[in-house]
Design a binder for this molecule. Structure first.
Ligand code: SAM
Length: 629
């Protein structure tokens, strides 16, 4: 019988270390410590050069930020059963998760490991006026922190001061972002990409941070998005702000490229002035550019006999066949140098890569996004500065996201990313799915009275931004449905909840001493949260439900070949029913049975283990039995 403590120990598996252990076992000493020097020697033998030049980003709190990434979650995940049971949501694979995204990313780290095709985030920009302050409810003592991150007392003191002081320094912002980006990277598929919106305040820090987390070699580009069309005339500034940044990295540039870079809508000036049967076309010079070389020959304009002796893009034979095929034009009423036509249909087939300049007319602007929200909600200003749907739609296109791909936004805000996913699906028929994460940030009744009143009076809910996200996704879905989309327009809701305070003990100790934890206080919802959290930890997607199995009046839960025995009162009758079910039901093949330790007497656990073991031996099958806390 295995014993596991999972509830208090949901954290991100260190796959890098696993890979090292698997491939370089001789670089670990007998205590499991990694021997860097040995590793370096081996790599040098394999002719890998070590660069002596090094450059990195450092800040107060960096080691603490690493700790935050590896610390276990301190929450559970629970489903909003009522919402999820509604007909439009019951089969939906879209998710909206309420909670701090650091916690949520930890919960997703097994079930969604390398499953996400595209991540878009729009984190707090730390402008000084955007309410970003570093908040942290982890209560490490000075001594604990010193030990955990290996820093001296002075440094540990400074870090603790800063995590408790609601700072908005660059260090605070980096400490906030680092663990989230680190965890996000693990969720991205090898052919996936991430896009991060940011403005001038943190763009420099973000670029260096991303170089560290994703690798400089995976930098894809930096899009300049013009977010307002009018020209600001702020006399206090030398440079007025009209643009912001979207920094993009792929998980692995080579693999991303091979999977096919996404294509953006064509924006060139296509037209069909000569009624060509092949449709709209645009043209490009046939003469080579001043920095290129080509083939030199004389071209004569067949209409006015004008001759041009230049270097051209292709051989003369190629030119003549293009001319015959009506693919050469002489612009300016026949006065200009020859140009080659290219057709819209050809460009659409071969695709057009994006540029790093995104204009407000094609990719939306702040005002347009505000207006769209106002028309969706029927009131103005329920959310400040949503991104335009067109902007995210463009990013979805260039990431080459396709059918069944999962798109993640863990700073969901008003839920624009979910809206853009549904919209693009309705347009191109693909079935992308979204995961949105939004913290239950209270809406300040003074700063945003409209939003506060809207949530309190119209939605009759606790005024938080999460309620705006949820309502936006509902309203956007309704609007898209009006146009007859047959796609998945529902979404399931989950939220984080704190682990019961006294749920802290060690399994070995539990045998002898009684835990202070009062099992009796666990409600049905609490057990439900344990099941949701555990099955996600065991790798099952949140959108997939476990099947409730009736074992002669005892309800067990089954999925992914795992059987969860969570409820009290499991007895010999139920065991009998369980074994009969394995015998008779071909679709029921548990390879692992997991029992919730608190709901079983030690005696019945022993009995259960032995019976299952002897049954498995007799039938020559493998069934692992685990008691979990
Ligand atoms: C700039 S807004 C995103 C706007 C969004 N792109 C849109 O178009 O509406 C950032 C959002 O992240 C949320 N947020 C901030 N910290 C968070 C955290 N730790 N976990 C989850 N959400 C968070 C904020 O409440 C805010 O709604």
């Amino acid at each position: 019988m295995n014993r596991e403590e999972v509830t208090n120990n949901i954290k991100v598996p260190n796959k890098d270390l696993e890979i090292l252990r698997e491939n370089f076992p001789h670089c670990f000493d007998k205590h499991g410590n990694f021997q860097l020097e040995k590793f370096k020697t081996i790599l040098s033998e394999k002719e890998i050069n070590f660069s002596n030049e090094s450059y990195s980003l450092d800040w107060l709190g960096k080691s603490y930020a690493r700790l935050l990434a590896s610390e276990p979650a301190n929450t559970l995940l629970k489903a909003d059963e009522k919402h999820n049971a509604k007909p439009e949501n019951i089969n939906s694979e879209n998710l909206l998760i309420k909670g701090d995204n650091l916690e949520v990313l930890k919960h997703l780290s097994n079930a969604y490991h390398e499953k996400i095709k595209m991540i878009y985030i729009d984190p707090p920009y730390n402008t000084g006026s955007d309410d970003f302050v570093y908040e942290d409810d982890r209560k490490f003592t000075l001594r604990e922190l010193q030990q955990l991150i290996g820093v001296d007392e002075e440094k540990a003191k400074r870090i603790l001061e800063f995590t408790r002081s609601k700072s908005n320094s660059h260090s605070a912002w980096l400490t906030f972002m680092y663990p989230r980006l680190y965890l996000a990277k693990r969720l991205l598929r090898e052919d996936g990409a991430i896009f991060i919106s940011i403005d001038d305040n943190e763009v420099a820090q973000l670029k260096l941070l991303m170089d560290e987390v994703f690798g400089e070699e995976n930098f894809e580009g930096h899009i300049h998005w013009r977010r307002r069309h009018n020209q600001p005339n702020d006399k206090t500034k030398m440079i007025g702000l009209v643009a912001e940044h979207i920094v993009s990295y792929s998980k692995n540039k080579e693999i991303f490229k091979k999977s096919g870079t996404g294509k953006i809508d064509l924006t060139g000036d296509f037209a069909n002035p000569d009624n060509d049967d092949r449709g709209d076309w645009a043209s490009k010079p046939w003469k080579v550019g001043s920095d290129q070389s080509g083939s030199r020959y004389v071209i004569e304009n067949p209409k006015n006999k004008k001759r041009y002796d230049e270097e051209w893009m292709g051989e003369e034979t190629t030119y003549l066949s293009l001319l015959k095929d009506n693919r050469i034009i002489f612009p300016r009423n026949g006065d200009g140098l020859p140009r080659k036509k290219y057709f819209r249909f050809e460009r659409e087939e071969e695709g057009q890569c994006a540029t790093n300049w995104w204009n407000h007319d094609l990719f939306g602007n702040n005002q347009g996004a505000n207006d769209d929200m106002a028309s969706l909600f029927g009131v103005k200003n329920v959310f400040s500065n949503p991104k335009p749907v067109e902007l995210i739609r463009g990013l979805l296109q260039i990431s080459n996201s396709k059918n069944n791909d999962i798109i993640l936004d863990f700073f969901a805000g008003s839920g624009t990313t979910g809206h853009a996913v549904m919209k693009l699906n309705a347009e191109d028929g693909a079935n992308r799915k979204y995961i949105m994460v939004q913290i239950a940030e209270p809406i300040d009744s003074k700063k945003n009275k409209t939003a506060y009143d809207f949530v309190a009076d119209e939605l009759k809910a606790e005024p938080t931004i999460f309620e705006i996200t949820k309502e936006r996704l509902r309203r956007a879905a309704r609007k898209i449905k009006e146009k007859n989309s047959k796609h998945d327009l529902g979404f399931k809701i989950f939220e984080t909840m704190p682990i019961w305070e006294d749920y802290e003990f060690h399994a070995e100790r539990f045998e002898n001493t009684q835990t202070l934890f009062d099992v009796g206080k666990l409600t049905i919802e609490d057990t439900g949260a344990l099941i949701t959290t555990w099955k996600t930890y065991d790798g099952m997607p949140l959108s997939k439900e476990l099947e409730a199995l009736d074992l002669d009046t005892y309800t067990a839960h089954y999925g992914h070949n795992k059987l969860y025995l969570m409820n009290k009162g499991f007895s010999t009758v139920h065991l009998k029913s369980l074994l009969e079910r394995i015998d008779t039901d071909k679709n029921f093949n548990p390879t692992s049975i997991i029992a919730f330790g608190h709901h079983f007497e030690s005696k019945s656990l022993r009995e259960l283990t032995e019976n299952i073991k002897s049954y498995a031996n007799k039938k020559n099958i493998d069934i692992e039995f685990t008691v979990r806390y």
